[in-house]
Design a binder for this molecule. Structure first.
Ligand SMILES: [Zn+2]
Length: 124
């Protein structure tokens, strides 16, 4: 048996660079290897795609954590409209008294604020 480690490579689908994939599993197809290569490549396009994907994952996780599945659909739709400037700002109030505000700030960052109104008040 050969002790030589087979070197796997994939091709970045943006810049076409060959990328070494030391930890890649043996049963990966060429397509999978190319995906991994694109994932590891440091060219601007690949990095930009990674940032976009990470942003989307963070956003999905946040929405899933704070909203019911039914509301999540609406919130995702609202986010899309805000990001495409069809809406400047969206606010709503949930049955559990949480206030939701979604907007783009001055630096074009998407902002989502969920505030629970917990004013301590007494009238006797
Ligand atoms: Zn690349």
């Amino acid at each position: 048996m050969s002790s030589e480690v087979e070197t796997k490579t994939g091709t970045c689908r943006y810049c076409g660079q060959r990328v070494f994939l030391e930890a890649a599993a043996d049963d990966l197809s060429e397509h999978d290897l190319d995906m991994l290569a694109t994932d590891k490549c440091m060219c601007p396009e690949a990095q930009s795609e990674r940032r976009k994907r990470e942003r989307k994952e963070t956003l999905d996780k946040f929405v899933k954590k704070h909203f019911s599945p039914e509301l999540s659909n609406l919130i995702h739709y609202v986010i899309k409209m805000v990001e495409e400037y069809d809406l400047v700002e969206f606010t709503c109030k949930l049955p559990d008294e949480r206030n939701v505000k979604i907007w783009l700030d001055n630096d074009a960052y998407l902002r989502i604020k969920i505030k629970k109104t917990e004013d301590e008040e007494l009238k006797i």
